[in-house]
Design a protein around this ligand. Structure first.
Ligand code: ATR
Length: 277
């Protein structure tokens, strides 16, 4: 049996097992199985050892370990190395390989969302392990001006240094401070929203969009497991609200490809799987 895991904390919300087990079945990989496990930082070494000992075949990594898993990898693929973020682990010739498929997954989301002129200026909340992938995808998509607000400012500054040559402008803001200028896209990359009571205290009143001919703004939340307060408020204002499902499916599709050499199709049956989630 080839066993795969998604590890994180919290992990209860993860739909990765449902999706990957669906694909294992669909592509007749009956000896493959995917589960989730809540871990702490101290468990990372042990989990990697399970891969080395062939007890596990591969991993997905989620909040908050995308950065802290890096020292346990023998090799990083170029994207994971550039973005300093790993969401997928495989093993080849006894070596632990760390990959990043979040960037491609988020690019899938941007491409699928009919975003046009809005892409120029982007306000990003968060500077965690996934935010470098979001910035990478936005750069590939043609965004120009970035505004970054994170609770821990140093992490935002680190991202600015990583990406300063790729954008016309990256401005760092205090946590829950918004840019003076209205942005075309606002993205929540924080884990604020995983708990139903989580609230991001920013007043987006000037983004109110009640008339259909008005310039629309797009609000994206990477969280896919529920409609967050951030997106509920965006819908109420009349903004286009996009959750993290397409990105989730995209990153999963590319992880699946790394493990099995199969690139699954995201068809209506796949989307149907998550209708009630
Ligand atoms: P990962 O590396 O897996 O993405 P992470 O680095 O912990 O996980 O990132 C989570 C993001 O959510 C970070 O931007 C984090 O802010 P900090 O960099 O200050 O930790 C943000 N976040 C988590 N809990 C938060 C909270 N209660 N308030 C504000 N931001 C929060």
């Amino acid at each position: 049996m080839k066993k795969y895991l998604v590890i994180g904390n919290p992990i209860k919300h993860s739909l990765s097992p449902k999706l990957h087990n669906y694909w294992f079945k669909k592509y007749n990989l009956s000896n493959h199985n995917y589960d989730k496990r809540k871990v702490t930082e101290d468990d990372l070494k042990k989990v990697i050892l399970e891969i080395k000992n062939d007890k596990l075949a591969g991993l997905n990594i989620t909040v908050p370990f995308k950065r802290s898993i890096i020292p346990f990898c023998d090799i990083l693929d170029k994207t994971a190395e550039d973005l300093r973020s790993v969401n997928t682990i495989s093993k080849k010739n006894g070596k632990i390989i760390g990959w990043n498929t979040d960037s491609l997954g988020f690019l899938d989301c941007l491409k699928a969302s009919n975003i046009m002129d809005e892409k120029k200026s982007v306000f990003i909340l968060g500077a965690g392990g996934v935010t470098s992938a979001v910035l990478d995808a936005l750069w590939g998509f043609g965004s120009k001006q970035i505004y970054l607000s994170n609770r821990t400012k140093d992490k935002a500054i680190e991202l600015k240094n990583m990406f300063k040559d790729k954008f016309d402008k990256i401005e760092i803001l205090n946590w829950e401070e918004k840019p003076k200028k209205k942005c075309g896209i606002v993205i929540n990359t924080t884990s604020m929203g995983l708990a139903k009571t989580d609230l991001i205290n920013i007043d987006f009143n000037e983004y109110e969009n009640k008339k259909s001919n008005q310039e629309k703004s797009i609000f994206i939340d990477l969280i896919y497991s529920q409609k967050t307060n951030f997106l509920k408020a965006a819908e109420k204002r009349g903004n286009l609200a996009i959750d993290g499902k397409i990105m989730f499916l995209g990153q999963a599709k590319y992880s699946f490809n790394i493990w099995t050499n199969i690139l699954p199709k995201i068809d209506t049956n796949t989307l149907e799987l998550f209708k009630n989630d």
